[in-house]
Ligand binder design. Structure first.
Ligand code: KOT
Length: 802
């Protein structure tokens, strides 16, 4: 958009006057921040209206991306960057003696997600918009997003995240487009004219009120929307109950309804089968589908062509209720018969799986499911009945297999099977992960319908993660190869011709140092620790989960500690180990691991012989905006999950494009990172996924893998040297009474990891060689752009022509 400085000043003044009754000169900092956001929102609204009009005329196909999570992060800088208006706003504000950076700093993260899955959804909204697609995200307007984390004496504490206080500037409430969602109640069945009519009675109605958030894209005419549903009691106060003296019960019902959108469930890669959670899921699904269908019917006067005009994407199984709910609406509200309705459902819905962890596979007790959603339950039973009938023809008599594939069995409704039965495309999120899906957990479905399954390797909104978070690096790249890469990330390959170019390597080193200094400043402020920007910055930033093996990293640090204690002159390249991670509130082992990291940090820091060689920092409250500070400063990217468990990872891609070299296992997208950069530009270690499988088959006893060095480290866990005795962690690694010890093979991979870390230390000493590796990583990161991933979705899954 083309605005001059004076025009921008006018916009700011007018808006400030309208909202706060003062000119921007007299505004408080908070008022200035809100004014700026409102002005940007207005610009997006104007663009959106043009885009929607154009689109309406074209009658193209569009995507609805259903996700219980969108980890949006901050929007202000992103929107200004995308609109190409950062510098004009900066100078307009500067003239008013307002530093735009201080306004950026006031914006809270919209933390409506836990980790990878939610951030991916946001990266894809960015890419869809940048590609000019019409794509709408649907989720929930949680009043409290992912909790704020504080570390108190090494222990994680959770605090509510009241993001709306300053974050609601981006939301537009559209009360008049609300829908009623029905919970509980009973069903009445009547036969009229040979047709069964089901009426849902005595239900508790809840109103779903939409709030729109505009999503901008880079250099595009498109502006998309993320629609967030909020639960509200349909009658503010039931006055009849009030007059009957039952006002307490009436108020109770109000809060019961509103509690549905109160808070995000803070569990990553595992699920909690709670009543409130299924209500959240149904609220999202039912409200979104009602709104999609209403809009469609207004435009086309029929739903027969729904699959030609609409793709509805299910982001993991959390919105899997789309399957029965879409069937229900078509049958109950639009009068379709079963076969026609099912045909539309199957041709409209698609599904992405994001994990193979069994504790993350969603299943609901039939009793809870049927009580909360009686009509939906009835439809699920019918889907199940018809499927079992079909499977009986394919696998006659193979009861075990049919049961394994059924959406309803053993008193449970299994959401993945519901998606597999209904969606016409199913994908995993990296090559390895998609292979594991078709070769193991989804094998039986794959065997019947192989064409249904495909892979789309994850991608990132690299303009946020590179251009906005690391403008210094982006500007160097522009100077070297031009700015094509801002539209087409694969153009980064042009950097390869600077391999070995002394000047370029020196520039890269200088930029890295600047970003390390910035992170050091943050750490000094947040943790009160001074870290040395000339040491290697080695980072592991991601949710805390045993399979991700932060523990492996800590054990190796303890080993390094021992090496230095044994020989204070040992040849150790100084290293700063940075951790940041949230643990699910109820995940005790994860919380213990955080405590262990803190204890190791203290141990290392209290020892004069060690503290100049290694530092350990746990930065609290990991979130998108913190990642934007850490990632540009990273030199080593720890991606050390047990092979076969990390579906893809996306932090690995963000770190790579900022020049960090991966130290990792051949897991998730690390496999493809390795393919891109070649074995010389990555530090690989550990067992491969088939080797892990093989070791399980043979029988794994961690005790056989304990080397003398590791024994010494393991003893430290319980010796008292760390202050606390970490008995639970030690037991989880070694006690093998039920064959459950060391479920993530930390011990089996330790020696190989230790050696890889030794290589890192050595190779870093040859700074130019290391920077060359870094350069190759940047150059080869283009394929991991969300633009590429979304194009693949459009081509292979949604059937949308771009
Ligand atoms: C959480 C609960 C149930 C099912 C799946 C999840 C889940 C998976 N949450 N995050 N993930 C991650 O998704 C990312 C995006 O695809 C992956 O890169 C990452 O490996 C998953 O762990």
């Amino acid at each position: 958009m083309n605005y001059k400085k004076d025009e921008v000043t006018n916009l700011l003044n007018t808006k400030c006057m309208n909202v706060f009754g003062c000119s921007i000169d007299d505004a408080t900092e908070k008022q200035a921040y809100k004014t700026l956001c409102y002005v940007v929102k207005d610009l997006l609204a104007e663009k959106r209206s043009k885009f929607a009009k154009q689109y309406k005329e074209k009658e193209g196909k569009q995507v609805y991306y259903m996700s219980m999570e969108f980890l949006v992060g901050t929007s202000l800088r992103n929107n200004l960057y995308n609109l190409g208006m950062e510098s004009v706003f900066k100078s307009a504000l500067k003239q008013k003696k307002i530093d735009i950076n201080s306004l950026y700093a006031m914006e809270p993260d919209a933390g409506l997600g836990n980790g990878g899955l939610g951030r991916l959804a946001s990266c894809y909204m960015d890419a869809m918009t940048s590609l000019g697609m019409m794509g709408t995200g649907f989720s929930i307007r949680y009043e409290f997003g992912i909790f704020k984390q504080k570390i108190v004496d090494g222990w994680q504490m959770e605090f509510p995240d009241n993001w709306l206080e300053m974050g609601d500037v981006w939301l537009n409430r559209r009360e008049d487009e609300s829908f009623i969602i029905k919970f509980g109640g009973t069903l009445k069945e009547e036969w009229t004219d040979g047709k069964l009519k089901v009426t849902h009675e005595n239900y508790q109605p809840v109103m779903a009120v939409p709030y729109d958030m505009y999503i901008s894209g880079y250099d595009t005419d498109a502006v998309n929307k993320l629609v967030l549903w909020s639960a509200k009691s349909p009658n503010n106060l039931d006055m009849t109950a009030f007059s009957r003296g039952e006002y307490v019960r009436s108020l109770e019902e109000n809060t019961m309804a509103e509690v549905i959108s109160k808070i995000l469930y803070p569990a990553d890669d595992h699920i909690e089968g709670k009543r409130l959670r299924i209500k959240q899921q149904y609220l999202l699904v039912s409200a979104s589908l009602q709104s999609i269908l209403l809009k469609h019917i207004k435009k086309y006067k029929t739903l027969d062509n729904l699959p030609d005009k609409v793709a509805i994407h299910i982001n993991d199984t959390h919105p899997a209720l789309c399957v029965p709910e879409l069937t229900r609406i078509l049958i109950d509200e639009y009068g379709y018969d079963w076969d026609k309705a099912w045909d539309i459902v199957t041709r409209t819905l698609t599904y992405t799986n994001h994990t193979v962890m069994s504790e993350a596979l969603e299943r609901w007790p039939e009793s809870l499911f049927s009580a909360e959603l009686p009509r939906i339950y009835q439809i699920v039973l019918e889907i199940n009945r018809r499927l079992v009938q079909k499977l009986n023809e394919v696998y006659p008599g193979d009861i075990a297999k049919i049961e394994y594939m059924s959406p309803v069995a053993h008193g449970e409704v299994r959401m993945a099977n519901l998606c597999l039965a209904a969606c016409h495309k199913v994908n995993g999120v990296s090559k390895l992960h998609s292979d594991i899906l078709i070769n193991s957990i989804f094998k039986d479905y794959y065997n019947i319908e192989p064409d249904k399954f495909t892979n789309v390797t994850n991608g990132i909104a690299y303009r946020r993660w590179l251009c906005q978070s690391n403008p210094e690096l982006a500007s160097l790249i522009k100077n070297l190869i031009g700015d094509k890469f801002v539209h087409d990330a694969t153009a980064l390959e042009g950097l390869l011709k600077y391999k070995g170019d002394k000047n370029v390597l020196e520039s890269l080193q200088k930029i890295k140092l600047v970003k390390k200094q910035a992170l050091a400043k943050y750490i000094s402020h947040a943790n009160g620790i001074n870290v040395d920007p000339s040491s290697i910055f080695d980072v592991q930033i991601k949710r805390l989960h045993e399979y991700k093996r932060q523990l492996l990293n800590v054990l190796q640090i303890l080993h390094m500690y021992n090496v230095i204690k044994d020989n204070p002159n040992a040849d150790i390249t100084p290293r700063t180990f940075v951790f940041a991670a949230k643990a699910s509130a109820g995940y005790m082992m994860a919380k213990q691991i955080i405590r262990l990291i803190s204890a190791v940090a203290d141990l290392v820091d209290s020892d004069a012989a060690v503290r100049d060689k290694i530092k350990v920092v746990f930065i609290e409250d990991y979130k998108v905006s913190l990642a934007e500070i850490i990632i540009p400063a990273a030199e080593i990217s720890e991606q050390i999950s047990i092979a076969g468990k990390e579906a893809s990872g996306t932090g690995n891609m963000k770190l790579m494009i900022n020049g960090a070299v991966t130290l990792g296992t051949l897991d998730g997208a690390n496999v493809e990172i390795c393919e891109q950069v070649g074995k010389d530009n990555i530090f690989l270690f550990g067992m491969t996924a088939p080797e892990v499988e093989e070791l399980w088959r043979k029988g794994y006893n961690p005790n056989f893998f304990v080397t003398p060095e590791l024994k010494r480290v393991l003893d430290m866990l319980t010796s008292g040297i760390l202050g606390t005795r970490f008995e639970d962690i030690s037991k989880s690694l070694l006690t093998n009474s039920f064959g459950t010890a060391d479920a993530y093979m930390t011990i089996a991979d330790f020696e190989s990891y230790r050696q890889a870390q030794e290589r890192v230390g050595k190779e870093y000493l040859n700074r130019d060689k290391f920077t060359d590796m870094s350069l190759v990583n940047i150059a080869k990161a283009g394929i991991f752009s969300a633009d590429r991933a979304v194009k693949e979705y459009a081509d292979n899954i949604w059937n949308i022509k771009l």
